[in-house]
Design a protein around this ligand. Structure first.
Ligand code: F0G
Length: 457
């Protein structure tokens, strides 16, 4: 089994040009390899929560694709052109031009990251008791709406588990109409791609219909588009569209009142985000809270350097060579895992491979934190950091129990990904070693970030 992975390229007739890195190193960072015994000690000290492990003890960090991107030489060069003026900097002008070009909206407000946008939107759009509907909220939005005493509800497409269905990021249109008819819905958020359910793409037509239904009931429709470029290349491949990525993104963003994104993802940046709209009534409301919480609206919590990096990143992400490389690399890891019999969410989505932990670990129950148990074993055996998306993150609201292997952009090589698959093959050989865990304590709204766990002996 293990040899199959390592022999993949031994027959050069099988060599595939899409399996070569699109980039070469310019800066090198040494990776640390520890012993299993050292990692066991570290796990104990971290209370079996990988958010508590210092990154110097990690070998391959697949915790998130957010802000972990490798910058291009051009992004670094533009960073040096920064203007840190409080008001109206040149960096702001470049940022605004790039964001407008990206999402095709007139009014743009920078914020320091995605959840800052979520907090501002929650405050503007919701009141206690409101319902906020989504194809699936990601953890920060979910927690923020609860914090504002609203109720976040996830209504993914009923086909979200169907392996032959290409647009598993879609929303359930029937349920959407039912909720809009009967509930106190403040607004609808379409997460593109649908991160919590596998980084799966949303279909343009599903978005259009969801938008039209929402407008029929006169409610606000929001796109959380932090991975909309990845969504667009997946859409282009599935539908054989001839349009450019930018055109496809604009096809999507026409169907919303508000577009926001964390530029730590498809902005290929380390920090940042923005809120965008064409709705003039919303502008003063957003602007006021940006000033209160983030900073003057021409920097919104970002330095000039950040805005330069984002401006260039939003341009680079539209390059199809980049996006094809990105999607191929994620799929490469998915294929390796599939070949050695690890159940994953298929088709593989945009930014991560999601392992179906309930299917993989038959001897444990969700209440045993089975997906977290796999997360812990991946670290113990291989120094790999991943994240649980399941019972620990969402408790009873969990739709599935998954382990997400998020791939930072332009950062790891194909060999690193083969190493990840190799560690999985070791775990598979001794699957019954995976232990149940219990939570000793955790914060109420964001349990997975803070939980202390212990193995059940
Ligand atoms: N929306 C989605 C779909 C996200 O994936 C994230 C962050 C956010 C909003 C919030 O953005 O981190 O800039 O405040 N997701 C990261 C992840 C953390 O690992 O998936 P942020």
């Amino acid at each position: 089994m293990k040899n199959e992975i390592f022999n993949k390229f031994s027959n050069f007739k099988d060599f595939n040009l899409s399996d070569i890195e699109l980039y070469k190193y310019k800066v090198a960072e040494k990776i640390n390899f520890l012993t299993i015994e050292q990692r066991e000690e570290i796990l104990k000290k971290a209370n079996y929560n990988l958010f508590n492990i210092p990154s110097k003890y990690i070998t391959i960090d697949l915790l998130t694709d957010s802000g972990t991107n490798t910058l291009s030489d051009l992004q670094l060069s533009y960073m040096m052109l920064y203007d840190e003026s409080y008001a109206g900097s040149i960096s702001y002008e470049r940022f605004i031009d790039a964001a407008k070009n990206f999402c095709n909206k007139e009014f743009i407000f920078p914020v320091h990251q995605g959840r800052a946008a979520e907090k501002i939107l929650a405050e503007i759009l919701t009141k206690p008791g409101d319902i906020v509907i989504s194809n699936t909220h990601f953890d920060t939005g979910f927690a923020i709406y609860k914090h504002f005493k609203a109720t976040p509800i996830n209504i993914p497409t009923p086909y979200y588990k169907d392996e032959k269905y290409n647009f598993k990021g879609n929303i359930d249109l029937e349920k959407l109409e039912e909720l809009l008819k009967n509930g106190n819905v403040s607004h609808v958020v379409m997460t593109i791609t649908n991160n919590a359910l596998g980084g799966q793409p949303v279909e343009l037509n599903n978005l259009k219909q969801a938008y039209e239904i929402t407008k029929k009931y006169n409610r606000i429709f929001v796109i959380d588009g932090c991975r909309i470029a990845e969504n667009s290349i997946l859409y282009k491949r599935i539908t054989n569209s001839n349009k450019s990525i930018k055109e496809i993104i604009h096809d999507y963003t026409q169907y919303c009142d508000i577009f926001y994104m964390s530029t730590k993802k498809d902005g290929i940046a380390h920090m940042g985000g923005f809120i965008a709209t064409n709705n003039k009534e919303l502008v003063p409301k957003i602007r006021q809270l940006v000033i209160l919480y983030e900073g003057f609206p021409t920097y919104g919590g970002l330095s000039g350097k950040d805005m330069e990096v984002i401006a260039k990143g939003l341009e680079e992400v539209l390059d199809e060579d980049y996006l094809n490389y990105r999607i191929n690399q994620v799929k490469f890891l998915g294929d390796l895992l599939k070949n050695i019999g690890i159940p994953i969410i298929e088709p593989v989505g945009g930014h991560a491979v999601f392992v179906n932990a309930s299917k993989f670990i038959q001897h444990l129950k969700p209440e045993d934190y089975l997906a977290q148990s796999l997360v812990i074993e991946l670290y113990r055996l291989g120094g790999i950091r991943s994240v649980e998306v399941g019972y620990l993150m969402y408790s009873k609201d969990a739709i599935m129990n998954l382990v997400r292997l998020a791939i930072p952009r332009r950062t790891y090589t194909y060999k690193h990904l083969e190493y990840v698959a190799y560690i999985f093959s070791l775990i598979k050989d001794n699957i019954n070693n995976l232990k149940p865990y219990r939570v000793l304590e955790a914060d109420e709204l964001v349990p997975h970030f803070t939980a202390k766990l212990a193995p059940v002996s």
